[in-house]
Design a protein around this ligand. Structure first.
Ligand code: FE2
Ligand code: FE2
Length: 229
């Protein structure tokens, strides 16, 4: 269980400078402010997890290959693609923190996981809202294939996390397959929140289709929603 916490701690850590710079270029001051708050929350997750590890007498990791790949990829992308990649981390993280909150016997760990989970449950609708507007700017035939590719990447990321953290997840009462299945189940809600409504069948309030703050289905990061964005 501790190695999972160490890995997610690395993912949460980062200054978010890359994401903030892209948000600034989007010329929407409200959004740029919100992104700064988002980055601050992710940094707080890294801080909470580092303190939890310290309480257990464990060090934080200095880095992990998957996180380095994740960060480098995102630097090469525009805001839209970066948010899609980030969302993979968020959706995986949601399921992980829920398992940690509910499955650990340690009240401090459960409390920390619950606090982080509450933030992550708001990050997903926040990114969905932006992506919804962003995808509406794309030609319609490109939208579904883009989200289908996103789901494939999410599937691959959840497999990597399940392979990497199988024993830890099992100790939290969650089998590998269940973890992957739950992550994929929650992705449907994200996809429908992000895809703009089909014009033939207008649904005026579809905008509020970002997943509610309730956990989608079951739930959802790089293998951590790092802020090294
Ligand atoms: Fe986070
Ligand atoms: Fe997050």
């Amino acid at each position: 269980m501790w190695s999972g916490i160490q890995r997610f701690q690395v993912g949460e850590d980062g200054d978010g400078a890359n994401l903030v710079a892209k948000a600034d270029r989007a010329a929407d001051p409200d959004y740029a402010r919100a992104v700064r708050l988002f980055v601050a929350e992710e940094q707080n997750h890294a801080r909470l997890l580092a303190r939890l590890l310290a309480a257990g007498g464990l060090p934080t990791l200095t880095g992990h290959w998957s996180d380095t790949v994740f960060v480098r990829l995102r630097r090469l992308m525009g805001l839209r693609l970066e948010l899609l990649v980030l969302m993979i981390a968020e959706v995986v993280a949601l399921r992980y923190y829920r398992a940690l909150r509910d499955g650990t016997g340690d009240p401090l760990t459960s409390d920390v996981a619950g606090r982080i989970l509450a933030d992550e449950q708001r990050h997903v609708p926040f990114h969905c809202e932006r992506l919804h507007a962003s995808l509406a700017e794309l030609p319609r035939p490109a939208r579904r294939p883009l989200m289908a590719s996103w789901r494939l990447l999410l599937f691959a990321a959840s497999l990597v996390v399940a392979a990497d953290h199988g024993p830890g997840l099992r100790r939290l009462g969650l089998g590998r397959l269940r973890f992957v299945a739950d992550v994929m189940a929650s992705s449907g809600e994200v996809v429908s929140a992000v895809l703009p409504p089909v014009r033939r069948n207008p649904e005026p309030n579809r905008n509020s289709n970002a997943p509610s703050h309730a956990e989608p289905g079951s739930t959802r990061h790089s293998p951590h929603g790092g802020t090294r964005r």
